[in-house]
Design a binder for this molecule. Structure first.
Ligand SMILES: Nc1ncnc2c1ncn2[C@@H]1O[C@H](COP(=O)(O)OP(=O)(O)O)[C@@H](O)[C@H]1O
Ligand SMILES: [Mg+2]
Length: 328
């Protein structure tokens, strides 16, 4: 089976690549809005779709949660603009300044690292003492830069996220900062951002994935920061659960952008998945399962999934294939 993600990446490049992150772009506005609402809800802040829309329109906030949402949205938008320029230029800006500015943006604070110890509620891991945070963050940056080209994208972003959250460099905003940095990495490489779901069940699954992966870091984060040991530990790390979660989310966001582009460029018309199933002789259940596994490029609109018989990635690997299947 070919890699369902790499096929999507190739198709996106054939369609002119990732669109520029702007609120004027419908898909970007949707992704940024949903990311904001989900990411802050992981931390216990809630805004409805309508509320967020109002806040963005007026540029003014009333409640604490609205302010948190506004700060998240504008920080993410700025960082993703920068990431897009990385993608366009082939550069990769990734340093302490960028990380601290992200935290400053989401917390509306000073962006300084914590000076004292910190406890992650409910976690087995103990983040390093305050006086080692800067050194660990430098090692986190080095590790990410050194592995950017040689690991599969979902493995790279999963592992760096586990390391960042385990260092927990800031007093507050570590979750929000780390998730924006994760998407910054993805966009810099020409992928769409992921939305890590914030409902109770998904949140638990996400924390469980972090817990499982961070296991080998527990000991070394309590000792003097050292590059060699970190590299070995990062290799030992089992981040499979988080990788799967990220890959599934990535497929969903890639598909949203892909379908929007295909609708414009090939005049493709997606239809409800049960109609595609009927046409292809599948049961409605089995097509849903195929979508879930990433075998069909598909998008959820309202309560239903939409796709097209030409969007089966098991038999399609270029834009030409899709064009031909639409119009034989
Ligand atoms: N067991 C764990 N190991 C590592 N990181 C964790 C664990 N549990 C939670 N986290 C991370 O900590 C984040 C919460 O940290 P916090 O500084 O309060 O961020 P925020 O202010 O954005 O909520 C979670 O979103 C998650 O990413
Ligand atoms: Mg917090």
């Amino acid at each position: 089976m070919r890699n369902t993600l790499q096929i999507r990446k190739k198709l996106l490049e054939q369609l002119g690549g990732l669109p520029e992150p702007r609120v004027q772009n419908e898909e970007w506005l949707y992704l940024l809005g949903e990311e904001t609402r989900n990411s802050i809800s992981i931390e216990g802040y809630f805004v409805s779709e309508k509320e967020l829309e109002d806040v963005l329109l007026k540029g003014r906030t009333e409640t604490r949660d609205e302010k948190v949402a506004f700060n998240y949205f504008r920080t993410a938008l700025f960082l993703y603009g920068l990431a897009y320029e990385n993608y366009k230029t082939g550069e990769f800006t990734f340093n302490e300044a960028l990380i601290r500015q992200t935290n400053k943006g989401v917390t509306d604070g000073h962006g300084d690292y914590r000076k004292g110890d910190i406890v992650i509620t409910g976690a087995k891991i103990k983040p390093p003492p305050g006086f080692y945070v800067k050194d660990w963050i430098k090692l986190y940056i080095d590790w990410t830069l050194e592995n950017l080209e040689n690991l599969d994208i979902e493995k790279l972003v999963a592992k760096q996220h586990v390391l960042f959250e385990s260092i927990h460099p800031f007093e507050d905003g570590n979750g929000r900062t780390g998730r924006i940095l994760t998407n910054y990495l993805l966009i810099s490489k020409g992928f769409t951002p992921v939305i890590i779901k914030g409902d109770d069940k998904s949140r638990k699954e996400y924390i469980k994935a972090l817990e499982e992966a961070e296991e080998p870091l527990r000991e070394i984060l309590q000792s003097k920061p050292g590059k060699k040991r970190l590299n070995i530990t990062m290799e030992e790390m089992n981040s499979k659960r988080l990788e799967t979660l990220i890959k599934e989310a990535l497929i969903r966001s890639m598909d949203r952008v892909l379908i929007s582009k295909l609708e414009k460029e090939l005049e493709l018309k997606v239809i409800p998945s049960y109609e595609v199933a009927k046409k292809l002789g599948y049961s409605p259940d089995s097509i849903r399962e195929l979508i879930r596994r990433g075998y069909f490029i598909a998008v959820k609109r309202g309560k239903s999934w939409y796709t097209h018989h030409s969007l089966d990635v098991r038999s399609v690997n270029s834009l030409e294939n899709i064009r031909y299947k639409i119009n034989p």
